[in-house]
Design a binder for this molecule. Sequence first.
Ligand code: GLU
Length: 550
Amino acid sequence: MNEFERMAELLFSHIDKEPEYYENLYPERNLKEGARVVRIAPSPTGYLHLGTLFMSLVNRTCADSTGGIFYTRIEDTDKKREIEGGIDDIINGLVRFGINIDEGFVTPTEQKGDYGPYKQSQRAEIYQCFAKKLVKEGFAYPCFCTAEELSAVREKQEANKIRTGYHGEFAVHRNITVDEAKALIDEGKPYVVRLKSPGNEENRIFVDDGIKGKIELPENDEDFVLLKSDGIPTYHFAHAVDDHLMRTTHVIRGDEWLSSVPKHIQLFKLLGFKPPKFCHVAPIMKLDNGAKRKISKRKDPEAAVHYFAEEGFDAKSVIEYLMTVASSEFEDWRRANPDAPRENFKFNLKKMSVSGALFDGDKLIDVSKNVVSSMDSETVVAKLLDWAKEFDGEFYNILSKDKEYTKAVFAIDRDCAKPRKDIAKWNEAKKYCSYFFSELYTPCYEFPEHINADDVKAFLKKYIGVYCETDTKEEWFGRIKSLCSDLGFAAETKEYKANKEAYKGSAGDLSTILRIAVTGRRNTPDLCSIMQVLGKDECIKRMNDAISNI
Ligand code: GLU
């Protein structure tokens, strides 16, 4: 045994498998040409946030466009920062937003696929096997520096304006001998395993990023940590081992990792792995006082995906909107293919924003109105009830008292060729439908100013006399028109406009009066349908109430 082999045995005597074992266990995937294997690799250190949902959607879409595979991997190597329920929230959230998971964690507790385990804390032996290989080949070594020693070095570097880090002359354990290491281990000294970087900071490396294009970066010369003192890998090392063994073809991740690419490329090379295609996605941005900045978990409620659920955005609305953020070509495609599943969209990573697309709340609302307007009343009511059950119990009770009635309310101007686009999210529904429910309705008698109170009363009285609840829309309006001449109103708006002095107002004004008397509003969906749903007794009661309150 040479010195390196002896060092590998000293550090990893418990590892008896060779890398080939894993290479054979996780063979190349048998997929059609061009199929991409992509993944989302969340750390359960927080709840599902917009960035993770967005990145998952980008990866999912990339797999869909190429007939590939999208898998999840839980990167739980930072036990100190892990939060309880983090995995559940992330995986359940992806499922709820319709992000199909082919492999990995398909539910918070269930792993599927032949390339697992898909949780890093369950892969310690695999990482150690590959760390052993690097030590054996002289590309890694144990480092016994304490946290205090490392920060003293850092302070010295900062004081002397030298690049900080464990490199060059500062890499003090680089050439540690087996005997020295053994003595320290026998003393019970903790150690990490570091890469012995063959790189030189003066050299440049060239990367063709799938999104950012050609980039140039300095070669890595830092002896960064591969395994921490508890034998758990750092992100860098786990990334190389996992993405290789899980046969990831494209690593699509946040661009905060871009500067680590030299480390990763070096690792892949030293491990004898073919690097994946790197694709670095810029974060979603927000306009803050005219300046573009990253969406922040601390400052922006919409950074947490839970916010969208609470507001009552349908999952599909959020996803459709995020597709427009992911690709500037999506909106045109959607216009041309209004009913096609989004999986049919041909996604091109190169068309993604390099500097970070803006989150536009108004656009989300617009997209969402379209999505809701395409739902039939049955779907709307089912989704609204689900939302209300979770977030507004009082409203839920009101809506579920008479479901047929509730369905009739939401069928108005909906189950038709040109549905109204008036609801974007379920928390708007209460206001939208308040006049249908006595518990929510407060009358408001603000009639048009140019019509005096006596004329309002006179009209309502006459209307009560002729009102017929089975009228079609045309008959309904015809009846209002038929009252016009007696009351001194013009039956046609044109007539009124041409000769305002001759009339008190138009049939349009009379229908506004009726609308206000019955609903308390000037703007509503089709009033004839509203009155049918409310029923004759309720409508007459409301008109009489109006008459006595004017
Ligand atoms: N766990 C890493 C993160 O959450 C994953 C990055 C990657 O996709 O490789 O940032």
